[in-house]
Design a protein around this ligand. Structure first.
Ligand SMILES: Cc1cc2nc3c(=O)[nH]c(=O)nc-3n(C[C@H](O)[C@H](O)[C@H](O)COP(=O)(O)OP(=O)(O)OC[C@H]3O[C@@H](n4cnc5c(N)ncnc54)[C@H](O)[C@@H]3O)c2cc1C
Ligand SMILES: NC(=O)c1ccc[n+]([C@@H]2O[C@H](COP(=O)([O-])OP(=O)(O)OC[C@H]3O[C@@H](n4cnc5c(N)ncnc54)[C@H](O)[C@@H]3O)[C@@H](O)[C@H]2O)c1
Length: 468
């Protein structure tokens, strides 16, 4: 049986695993990477990339319907659903070389393409090969969770793993789940000419309700039916979903987007002495498991499930396993965006979380997009930035509106670097840009102190009297 001795063995070639492998090998460590499925993992093949490519196509379709306000006659676009999917897979193919086995082998990584399982606290088996490593990194990600709904096995239940390959246009797509996958896919499919019904449980459950409501209102205005506060109780062939309040929804296709389960089942973690729950590998802030040789990153680590989190985890772990330095992962500065139109973005605390953490010390400022000149020129005035401030520093920002995912970057920096609002108001931003919404929100924190302050008025009058 072949044996490999190495410094670092990474299990899983998705966003987290590839970032660890690329970073560690380029800094001189010997790295083995094990990937059973497709290189690039979920994000490239069945997640971020195909979903955002589909959303982009849907946005084009919608733009053709909505030019009237600009003096451009609206037309109903002719949509070749199969050609839209060609576009989706072209984007995947274009990005794929960056995540490919060839690229990683060129970097010096030994890449093995099979399932990995621990045989002891220091060894992993891949096919016939045994790998003994100084450190292991579990980066096996997550898979769609199919809720135990009676009858779900009797129909074709699409998930993110199959929906992008679907060539025929669903006449009526029924989506179980109102999280980011459900909502992004609902709007994209509606815009691409499908009828869409979402059985949402709780719609956009992790976001600020005030900003999320604006997204839900837009989806409904575009024709998406969102049924909230109910769950799918059973599914029958012919695609009929019975809700737990007795109502029935009948559609042509079913997409299940009801959460994720971590992919740990094939790893035989018991043999490695690695504790885990159904949320993920049990890790400390340093992302180290109960076996000090073994770390977990990305979705497998049981926290926020985003590609940028997997990449951030990789940086934290590399510091520890390559340089032996102490390193900790934090969460307060991690942003996220749901790529509906309008986009929905968050960093730090929501208003409710900030109120609970800081009570009366909290100031909440709201800056609507309709006061922004660029939003007016683009006719994208639907939106709101909510800024949560404590002691002159931002502790959370929720944005709903055009390009919210881009706008949140400034606030991610402000929160991670603990920048004061006064620093933000001191920055000069180009006019007219949407980010002036951010600056105006920061300015609004100071304006009552400056403009509604009798003492300031008194001092200014005094100065004016004596100025030459
Ligand atoms: C539809 C959808 C849209 C999304 N959109 C976004 C977005 O816009 N922005 C964002 O930040 N996040 C998004 N996400 C989330 C993002 O895709 C994940 O958080 C990210 O892919 C996690 O990376 P990872 O490295 O932890 O795992 P993965 O990318 O899942 O990679 C894990 C890899 O490990 C392999 N593997 C598993 N078990 C084993 C084993 N025993 N042996 C060998 N290999 C194994 C798998 O084959 C897989 O390739 C989206 C997810 C979905 C489903
Ligand atoms: N733009 C992005 O960054 C992006 C996009 C997609 C996914 N993701 C990541 O992937 C994760 C998983 O997304 P998701 O949307 O599958 O999960 P989620 O856990 O965020 O949401 C699950 C949804 O399913 C509902 N639900 C569960 N069981 C149900 C049932 N029986 N009937 C009806 N509704 C039911 C819940 O109420 C909830 O609305 C996200 O949390 C996020 O981390 C990120």
């Amino acid at each position: 049986m072949p044996r490999i001795e190495t410094d670092i063995c990474v299990i899983g070639g998705g966003s987290g695993g590839l970032s660890v492998a690329a970073g560690a090998v380029q800094m001189g460590a010997r790295v083995v990477l094990i990937e059973a499925g497709e290189m690039g993992g979920d994000c490239l093949n069945a997640g971020c990339v195909p979903s955002k490519a589909l959303i982009a196509a849907a946005k084009h379709a919608q733009a053709m319907r909505s030019g009237a306000g600009f003096g451009i006659a609206p037309v109903e676009p002719e949509i070749d659903f199969s050609a839209v999917k060609d576009h989706v897979f072209r984007v995947i193919e274009t990005i794929a070389p960056i995540d490919s086995q060839e690229r990683f082998e060129k970097l010096g990584v030994t890449v093995l393409r099979d399932w990995a399982r621990f045989t002891s606290p220091e060894e992993v088996q891949v096919g016939e090969t045994t790998i003994r490593a100084r450190r292991f990194v579990i980066a096996t990600g997550s898979r769609p969770a199919l809720p135990p709904i009676p009858g779900i096995d009797s129909v074709t239940a699409h998930t993110n793993e199959t929906i992008f390959a679907l060539r025929e246009k669903p006449e009526h797509l029924v989506i179980i789940g109102g999280g980011p996958i459900g909502m992004e896919m609902a709007q994209a499919h509606q815009r691409l000419g499908c009828r869409v019904t979402v059985i949402a449980g709780k719609a956009l459950p992790k976001d600020d309700p005030e900003t999320a409501a604006i997204v839900l209102a837009r989806l409904r205005a575009e024709g998406v039916e969102i049924i909230e506060g109910v769950h799918a109780a059973s599914v029958a062939p012919g695609l009929s979903v019975t809700l737990d309040d007795g109502r029935q929804v009948t559609g042509s296709h079913l997409l299940v987007a009801a959460g994720r389960k971590v992919a740990l089942d094939r790893l035989n973690l018991e043999a490695a002495g690695v504790a885990f729950t159904d949320k993920g590998v049990t890790v400390g802030d340093d992302l180290r498991s109960t076996n000090r040789r073994v770390y977990a990153v990305g979705d497998a680590a049981g926290g926020m499930q985003f590609t940028h989190v997997a990449g951030y985890h990789a940086g934290v772990v590399i510091r520890s396993i390559v340089f032996g330095l102490p390193s900790k992962a934090k969460t307060a500065h991690i942003p996220w965006t749901t790529y509906t139109e309008p986009e929905l973005a968050q960093v730090g605390l929501t208003e409710a979380q900030a109120r609970e953490a800081h009570g009366d010390r909290l100031t909440v400022l709201r800056q609507p997009f309709h006061d922004n000149d660029r939003a007016q020129t683009e006719d994208q005035t639907e939106g709101l930035l909510k800024l949560m401030v404590v002691g002159g520093r931002p502790v959370g920002v929720s944005i709903v509106g055009a390009h919210a995912g881009e706008l949140i970057g400034l606030w991610a920096l402000a929160i991670s670097a603990r920048i004061k609002l006064s620093a933000l108001t001191g920055a000069v931003l180009p006019y007219p840009t949407l980010n002036e919404v951010s600056k105006r929100a920061a300015g609004a924190y100071f304006s009552p102190k400056l403009f509604d302050n009798p003492m300031v008025k008194h001092v200014v009058r005094l100065i004016q009297r004596f100025l030459p």
